[in-house]
Write a protein that binds this ligand. Structure first.
Ligand code: GDP
Ligand code: CO
Length: 394
């Protein structure tokens, strides 16, 4: 695979934000020499990509998606990546979770792979989280709450249990298996290119096709992501005093991390999780004067943003879903300790303009979830480890 090397980096304390890197060539052939590349180009060999993928888990959060889309999705995940599916699908009146399991089982049989599938409300998982003291994920009855973030965090804990080094998230509602393959390759290449151990790769889709009267229109920016990015950039600009547009992946559901970073991050519930990852980094390692925090002694934490070649086409979940997403994304920025007044005003104006917030109101504060490393992992591992067979498909 050939990718542009990073040229421009924005720094906020220990957090390094790399500007967009485009994929030049999806498959760069079998030659392994990597020293005579054109300027600005990085070649990551097939062997390296596969080596990285062998150390990587792909976590697929899923809730009531069309089973055909789920099947598409798993068929696109490269063979070397271990798949962990965390589902919150209905079990009645139709047991959709069983359908997912059956589909995965058949896939694993024909592809000679193992995989993990677990329901987010499984009592074993809830008990393990209770024992570990991870109350942030649980409701009043001690069961894991609904929410994509909750599923993703279970995926992080399982990645640690299975001793993998990296994990990447891929949504289950993707129409093109080829995109899934491209994401997993970009994750591998990006995490390999990163200079620091604690690193993250966030995906920017080349286009998001929409159907217009004249036919297909390849839209560059999603509406929510365009606004989330603008607000995150405003935040960085006012904190640093230098205007920037470096953030282009504020809502990136498709992203991958070194486990060491995934464990250290505080998260937010539901759809606020993706912008919150960046905010948590700024809060803890951004060297923000009034917070006085830079916890890791300025070892770098690196964020790469990679632009794919394939357009992204997923399920259209309607205007209400988009509004919910926008309000929770901007709510997480608004309530962050690093958010300056100027950015807060921008957020209020935007939400009022769209009729999503009344004058004088504030967007809701997201529910924060403490970092996985703050809980008693041994206890989680003991309980889930003893029951792993129940979740394993072979
Ligand atoms: P969008 O693509 O960002 O607009 O959001 P989606 O609604 O498509 O959600 C992204 C992924 O998370 C999809 O694969 C969903 O099926 C999945 N998802 C949504 N809610 C939940 C949940 O409560 N638990 C789990 N495990 N996954 C969820
Ligand atoms: Co989607």
């Amino acid at each position: 695979m050939r990718i542009e090397t990073f040229r421009y980096t924005e720094r906020l304390g220990a957090v390094l934000l790399r500007d967009i890197q485009k994929i030049i060539e999806l498959d760069s052939g079998i030659d392994i020499q990597e020293n005579d590349e054109a300027r600005g180009v990085c070649k990551v060999s097939e062997a390296t990509i596969h080596e990285m993928q062998r150390k990587m888990v792909i976590v697929i959060p899923i809730r009531n998606e069309k089973i055909r889309l789920f099947e598409n999705c798993i068929s696109g995940v490269p063979h070397e990546c271990l798949k962990i599916i965390v589902s919150n699908s209905d079990t009645e009146p139709i047991n959709r979770f069983e359908l997912e399991k059956e589909t995965l089982q058949q896939f694993c049989e024909f592809s000679k792979r193992r995989a993990i599938i677990v329901h987010q409300k499984n009592p074993i998982i809830s008990k393990a989280l209770q024992e570990a003291g991870y109350v942030d994920l649980l409701d009043e009855e001690g069961i894991v709450r609904d929410g994509k973030a909750e599923g993703m965090i279970i995926g992080i804990l399982l990645t640690k249990l299975l001793n993998k080094e990296y994990l990447g998230f891929i949504d289950a509602d993707n129409y093109f298996p080829g995109t899934v393959l491209e994401y997993a390759r970009a994750y591998a290449a990006g995490l390999y290119m990163a200079k620091y151990e604690q690193c993250m790769v966030r995906i920017l889709w080349r286009y998001k096709p929409k159907i217009h009267e004249q036919g297909l229109y390849f839209k560059r920016w999603g509406r929510v992501s365009e606004i989330t990015n603008r607000c995150l950039n405003s935040l960085i600009s006012y904190v640093s005093g230098f205007e920037t547009d470096v953030i282009k992946t504020g809502n990136a559901g498709e992203h991958a991390m070194a486990l060491s970073l995934a464990e250290a991050l505080p998260y937010a519930s539901g759809y606020a999780i993706e912008p919150q990852e960046l905010l948590s980094l700024f809060e803890e390692y951004g060297d923000i004067p009034h917070l006085g925090t830079h916890k890791n002694g300025f070892k770098g934490i690196e964020i790469l943003q990679i632009e794919t070649r394939n357009p992204h086409l997923h399920e259209n979940k309607g205007q209400e879903h988009i509004n919910k997403m926008l309000v929770s994304s901007l709510g997480s920025i608004y309530h962050s300790d690093v958010c300056p007044e100027e950015t807060k005003n921008l957020i209020l104006e935007e939400l009022q303009r769209q009729g999503l917030l009344k004058l004088g109101d504030e967007p809701p504060r997201p529910k924060l979830i403490s970092a996985p490393q703050t809980v008693d992992f041994e206890k989680f591992a003991n309980i889930v480890g003893d029951n792993l067979d129940k979740f394993l498909i072979r």
